[in-house]
Design a binder for this molecule. Sequence first.
Ligand SMILES: NC(=O)c1ccc[n+]([C@@H]2O[C@H](COP(=O)([O-])OP(=O)(O)OC[C@H]3O[C@@H](n4cnc5c(N)ncnc54)[C@H](OP(=O)(O)O)[C@@H]3O)[C@@H](O)[C@H]2O)c1
Length: 523
Amino acid sequence: MPADAGLPNAKLTDQQDPPQISAPVKVTLHQLFCMEATAAPCGIVIIGASGDLAHRKLLPGLYHLYKVKLLPKEFFILGAARSPGDDAGFRDQIEAAFKEKGETDGATLRGFLEHVYYRSVQYAQLGTLESPLKEFALKHATQGKLLFHIATPPEVYESAIASLSQAGLIGKGKNAAVIIEKPFGYDLDSARRLNRLLLANLDESQIYRIDHYLGKETVQNILMFRFANSIFEPVWNRRYIDHVQITAAESIGIEHRAGFYEKAGNLRDVFQNHMFQLLSTVAMEPPVVLDQDQYRNEKLKVIRSLRPIPAEKLNEMVVRGQYGSGAIDGTPVAAYRQEEGVNPASTTETFVAMKLFIDNWRWEGVPFYLRSGKRLARGVTEIAIQFKQVPHSMIPAFPADQFSPNVLTFRLQPQEGISLSFEAKQPGTKFCMTTLDMAFNYKDVFRKSSMEAYERLLLDAMQGDQTLFVREDMNDLSWAFMTTILKGWEQSPPGNFPNYAAGSWGPREAQALIEKDGRAWRK
Ligand SMILES: NC(=O)c1ccc[n+]([C@@H]2O[C@H](COP(=O)([O-])OP(=O)(O)OC[C@H]3O[C@@H](n4cnc5c(N)ncnc54)[C@H](OP(=O)(O)O)[C@@H]3O)[C@@H](O)[C@H]2O)c1
């Protein structure tokens, strides 16, 4: 076809019907690389068992593991918190909640509840659990192994650990481990203090710092996608990739968690942990062996290679925001400062965007744009790898920059999946280009629902596998990076909050952060 024949427009026009594409994914499931192990006998102690996390994630997660027979026969769960209660009341509460969520298998549920207990206890006196723990260990033949999941607000962590240690329930070399929730620290100093306390009482191999993003199927699949396929790794570098965008957008607000959020803010709540875990997973070098040390060593190197943000460039590289009133899906919502429990003059950030560079051979010069916020237009978490534009157009009527660059997207929510966009010619006599997606959704392809992040992580902790948990050095380095930003912000409190409307995509400055580089955030 001659280059000038009917080629006025490279983009989809109103006159063109959008192409009807039906592209089922052909799935070849094979057993070549399936690894699954059931957990060893174990007693699980949930400290803070009356709370939201215990009831919404931990107990349902453990129950599902029981249902699919991934828990050993020899296990028990002891819920501990200050709220008054007993075994029968706790079991009734769990049974009612699970039934309300649609559980109809009464026999299995009763079987599970026979392993569940509750004790009311002060967090500074966890030694009182010693005698019931001995009794349950004997009854359920758990061989003494204990896993303490500290699921309280962070202000309780230190006293809970100290009291477990004083009672001899945890200790170096003992058959006991501790899962500790995020936030792990408030800044570098507090994270180090907590680490010192943990490491005075436990070996690193007994400490499981949880970041539930690491338990998500897509996050694990990034690793497989990159290193179990040979076609992507050769282009996974500065020569072919223009930039990377990582978005963790929520349309919800703070959901009655003002007490926590006012002290934390977005940088501590999302960037220090989830965003840096995603960044390091997508940018890491291939580990020689996928074991817990090599995998975490490679991720650590990414954070170590981050170009520091000097004080004078803070506002150029990092944008903070707070939502004002607005509308989400047409429903009016209040400003952050009007939320219950929030200081009406609060300077807590509910949005952060930043531009980062990784100073190593692979990524030199490739910007990584990260953004996260509450009350944004849509709830979506994704990593988008944008490849470079074609260097030359063979069709003079289409300049090279009219072709949309290929984008590879890992979507964590909603609907976990992977897609790759590419340019294609639409059928017909006109020469019209359009951008298409090859998309894979977990839900559509695999009938088996993917395991909830918490289930996966609880199972790993029971198996003694720390691969998907945060190591001390990673937590430390991430906090060091964030603490520089936090200190810079302390020096110049924001004068323009609120600076974005609920239901928008964040402050104008966040658009400018990327647009001044001739790029745009994905919508
Ligand atoms: N909820 C989630 O989806 C989620 C997600 C990720 C991480 N996390 C983290 O997991 C931990 C627990 O979260 P959560 O939402 O379950 O918390 P929560 O419901 O506020 O607290 C859990 C339990 O801790 C006790 N507690 C609360 N405030 C306390 C205080 N000031 N002093 C002593 N005890 C207190 C309460 O039990 P008693 O009064 O009965 O003792 C409460 O039921 C937090 O560190 C949170 O950041 C939670």
